[in-house]
Design a protein around this ligand. Sequence first.
Ligand code: HEM
Length: 398
Amino acid sequence: MTTKTGETTAAAKCPVSFPLRKPGRSFPPPEYTAYREGEGLVRSELPSGPVWLVTRHEDVRTVLTDPRISADPSRPGFPKAGRTGGAPSQDEVPGWFVALDPPEHGRFRKTLIPEFTVRKVRELRPAIQQIVDKRIDAMLAAGDSADLIADFALPVPSLVISSLLGVPPADRDFFEAKTRVLVTLSSTDEERDKASQALLRYLGRLIQIKRRRPGEDLISRLIAADTLSRQELSGVAMLLLIAGHETTANNIGLGVVQLLSNPQWIGDDRVVEELLRYYSVADLVAFRVAVEDVEIGGQLIRAGEGIVPLIAAANHDDTVFETPDEFDPERSARSHVAFGYGVHQCLGQNLVRLEMEIAYRTLFERIPTLRLAVPVEELPLKYDGVLFGLHELPVTWT
Ligand code: HEM
């Protein structure tokens, strides 16, 4: 493939609108296929300036591993998807390590990896099962219908991550509301700033309390390990709290809809990996910027140009996944990039898999008559979110 410059390609002359996820359209957007089969990389415009959208599986992996490409939002040209294009303030929080490049990033990752291994996460099974059972008890006690997002898909991961961190479950409404501001594309910089400052103040106070009275939780263990500064500790806790609930909630909700439409897969744990691939809820989270000129998929990207690897486009690449738009839990979906790739690959992925497995198994075992209370096409999808998902999921079991 010959190298093209940003100035000469057709895509460069005609930037595509972003994000492509819009009301009334299917997800992943149909253009992803067209771009993948065409130039692979296309030029777009964000509030922060021009960016390259990357659609092929191989190219997305390259973007996420090439050392000439940075995850640091303070670098010139870093893409911002928000309304006003300023720096979302959480990116500047010490300890927000998803926004750090190696070698700084490694210090945080090294401290946290032992907390999220398969073995360590497996120890959480009884606690997760209890949380799931309690939510189902509450739904059943409240009647014969529910909003499965508000009553199950969101509270489950929210309660799991707060119990792991040692955040009081009673504060759920507070931290969920602040997180919603941070993951909404139309939030202004001011709103985002306020939300992250409120979360940091809250976590700072919680950490002070835990310094005096440590508990059996991750924040207390990080305090005891003494490898992070006070400020870094608040930033790490905030990243884990935010990353730990909205993402999984969206996947649980969409997965329930898929399983209700394809009940032959209910009870088969292989659905988890395929649901992660199929929905790719974190399509827009892994933004990057080139810090040197770099060629990706035959396209020259100049230093200072923004890059958005489209995770859903990569996960529907038919050179890697046969009939990618079909939901097929029997395929081998493991090479998906739903959790990203490279050094920033999702720290919570083992936890996510376990939460999804327990959530689906228990939900359909305990409520075998579960069904949608509205036609599937009336379900309100999230178009304004950094993450794809459902606002509401009305269900009944009469
Ligand atoms: C379905 C659920 C989830 C999805 C789809 C998801 C997706 C992702 C993706 C795509 C990234 C890479 C971001 C990048 O490269 O810039 C990431 C990073 C991360 N995720 Fe998740 N995530 C999920 C759940 C969780 C949970 C439950 C936790 C809780 C611990 C978590 C914690 C993190 C952290 C801390 C990072 C940053 C890792 C680093 O920079 O080293 N995620 N996630």
